[in-house]
Design a protein around this ligand. Structure first.
Ligand code: NDP
Length: 446
C-alpha cells in the first residue's frame, strides 16, 4: 500500500471510535489518534456522567413520594463525594471497554494529538503518518463568552466533578446543558440562579414546551433570571459575585457554571492550509458524503455542528464506513431526530415546533394535554406532565410530538419511530393505549 493506513481517524469519541471499528471490521488498516481519554465527550464528560448525576438527583422526588406509598425511610442522607467517586469508577469502567473495543477490532490507538501536514499526512509526537483517507472526529468544547472574570467560571466538564456540593450557584445560558445542570443541582438542594439573556428559556423548542418547562423549573424552586447579561464575575475569597447589565448582583456564589454553547474542536489541527470548507463560525462544513473539501478529508459528529447528538455522530460514521468499505448505500436522514433534555421535568421532542410546522406545512391541528402523572397522585408532589401533538391538516401526518414530564425521554423514542415512518393522526387513533401509563395519552388525544 502507498500509505501507512487505509484510514486515520482523529479523535476517539463516539463518532471516531465507531468509524474506526467499522472500517477495521471490513479488513482495513486503521489508526485512531487521541491525546485525551478514549470515549470522548459523551462517555467521559457529557451524556453518560451527566445522566448518572440526573439519576442521583431524581431520588429526592422518590424519597418525597415514598411515605404516601407506605414507606417510612427516615431522613435520607446524601453524600456528594461518594456519588462523584462512584461516577468516576463507572466512567473508568466504560473507558476500559472503549479501549478493548478498539483493541479487539485491530485498530491502532496512537495516544497523541494529530495535526495535518497535508491531505494524506498527519504528524503526532514528532512522527508522520499517512493514510488514503483521514476522518476528523474531534468533537466540540465549551464556549466561554468574553466577560470580565470569566476565568472564574467552570464548564459542564468541571461541574461533573466538583469537590464540594455548592450551597448556591449561578448558571449562565438556557440551552440543554444549562437546564440539565440547573435541574440536577436544584434537586440536590443547591440554590440555583439561572441567568439568561433572552425572555424565555430553551430557545428553539416549541413555545408551549418552553412556557411549561420554565414554569415547572420555577415551581421546583429554581431562581430564573431573564433578560439579563452577566457583565462581570468578581472573586471574593472563595466565593464569587455576579454583576448583570440589569444592575442585579448575585453575591456569595460558590460556583459559576458557564453553559453558553459549544464550539468545534478545529484549533491546532493544521487544517488552515488544506482548503477545508468552513462555516461562518469556523466549524467544518461537510457534504452528504461527509467530505469537507480535500478529496481525502472527511468529518463526522459535533465538529461539523449539524445536530450535536451522540447517536448522530455514530450514525454518520457508521454509514460512511459502510458506503466506503461495505456495500452500503444508505445516508443519514436528519429529519424527525428525537432528542431529550434530561432536565427535571424531562423534555422529549421529535419533529417540528408548531411555528415551524405552520411555515412548512401550512395549516396545522394541535392536540394538547396537561395532567398529573399517576405516580404523584397520592403524594404532595404537584408536578404535571404536558403533551402536544402537531398534525399537518392537509396530509393528517403527525409532524411534531413534544412531552414535558416524568419519563419523557423513554416515551418519545417509540413515538419518534412512528413519526419517522409517517404515521397519520388517524392511524395513531387506531392504536390501543397501555393503561395506566402516561404514554397512553398520546394515542387518545382528541
Ligand atoms: P445550547 O446551544 O443548547 O445553549 C446555549 C445557551 O447559551 C443558549 O441559551 C444561548 O442563548 C446561551 N448563550 C450563547 N452565547 C451566549 C453569550 N455570549 N452570552 C450569554 N448567553 C449565551 O448549548 P449547550 O452548550 O447547552 O449544548 C450544546 C449542544 O450539545 C446542544 O445544542 C445539543 O445539541 C447538545 N447536547 C445535547 C444534550 C442531550 O441530548 N440531552 C445534552 C447536552 C448537550 P440564546 O438562546 O439566546 O442563543
Amino acid at each position: 500500500m502507498k500509505f501507512d493506513f487505509n484510514l486515520i481517524v482523529i479523535g476517539a469519541g463516539s463518532g471516531g471510535v465507531r468509524s474506526a471499528r467499522i472500517a477495521a471490521s471490513y479488513g482495513k488498516k486503521v489508526a485512531i489518534f487521541e491525546a485525551g481519554e478514549v470515549g470522548g465527550t459523551c462517555v467521559i464528560r457529557g451524556c453518560v456522567p451527566k445522566k448518572l448525576l440526573v439519576y442521583a438527583s431524581s431520588f429526592v422526588k422518590t424519597f418525597k413520594a415514598a411515605s404516601a406509598f407506605g414507606w417510612d425511610i427516615g431522613q435520607p442522607q446524601f453524600n456528594w463525594q461518594k456519588l462523584i467517586a462512584n461516577k468516576d469508577e463507572e466512567i473508568n469502567r466504560l473507558n476500559k471497554i472503549y479501549h478493548s473495543l478498539l483493541d479487539n477490532s485491530g485498530v491502532e490507538l496512537i495516544p497523541y494529538h494529530a495535526r495535518f501536514v497535508d491531505k494524506n499526512t498527519v504528524t503526532a509526537n514528532g512522527k508522520e503518518y499517512t493514510a488514503e483517507k483521514i476522518l476528523i472526529a474531534t468533537g466540540s468544547t465549551p464556549f466561554y463568552p468574553d466577560i470580565k472574570g470569566i476565568e472564574y467560571a467552570v464548564s459542564s466538564n468541571e461541574a461533573l466533578s466538583l469537590e464540594q456540593l455548592p450551597k448556591e450557584m449561578t448558571i449562565m445560558g438556557a440551552g440543554y446543558i444549562a437546564v440539565e445542570f440547573a435541574s440536577i443541582f436544584n434537586s440536590l438542594g443547591v440554590k440555583v440562579n439561572l441567568v439568561y439573556r433572552g425572555d424565555k428559556l430553551l430557545r428553539g423548542f416549541d413555545q408551549d414546551v418552553r412556557n411549561f418547562a420554565q414554569e415547572s423549573f420555577i415551581k421546583n424552586g429554581m431562581n430564573v433570571i431573564l433578560n439579563s447579561n452577566i457583565i462581570e464575575i468578581k472573586k471574593d475569597d472563595n466565593q464569587f459575585e455576579v454583576l448583570m447589565d440589569s444592575d442585579m448582583c448575585l453575591k456569595k456564589q460558590d460556583v459559576i457554571l458557564c453553559a453558553t454553547g459549544r464550539i468545534a474542536n478545529t484549533h491546532n489541527l493544521g487544517i488552515e492550509n488544506l482548503q477545508v470548507n468552513r462555516k461562518y463560525n469556523g466549524q467544518i462544513q461537510v457534504d452528504s458524503e461527509q467530505n469537507c473539501g480535500p478529496d481525502s478529508v472527511f468529518a463526522v459528529g459535533d465538529v461539523c455542528n449539524n445536530d450535536n447528538l451522540t447517536p448522530v455522530a455514530i450514525k454518520e460514521g457508521n454509514l460512511l464506513m459502510d458506503r466506503w468499505y461495505g456495500n452500503g448505500n444508505t445516508y443519514i436522514e436528519y429529519d424527525y431526530l428525537p432528542s431529550t433534555v434530561f432536565s427535571q421535568p424531562e423534555i422529549g421532542s421529535c419533529g417540528f415546533t408548531e411555528e415551524l410546522a405552520q411555515e412548512h406545512f401550512g395549516e396545522v391541528v394541535t392536540y394538547k394535554s396537561t395532567f398529573r402523572a399517576m405516580k404523584y397522585a397520592m403524594t404532595d408532589i404537584q408536578d404535571q406532565t404536558f403533551m402536544k401533538l402537531i398534525v399537518a391538516k392537509d396530509s393528517d401526518l403527525v409532524v411534531g410530538c413534544h412531552i414535558v414530564g416524568a419519563d419523557a425521554g423513554e416515551m418519545i423514542q417509540g413515538f419518534a419511530v412512528a413519526i419517522k415512518q409517517g404515521i397519520t393522526k388517524e392511524k395513531l387513533n387506531q392504536c390501543i393505549g397501555i393503561h395506566p401509563t402516561s404514554a397512553e395519552e398520546l394515542v387518545t388525544m382528541k
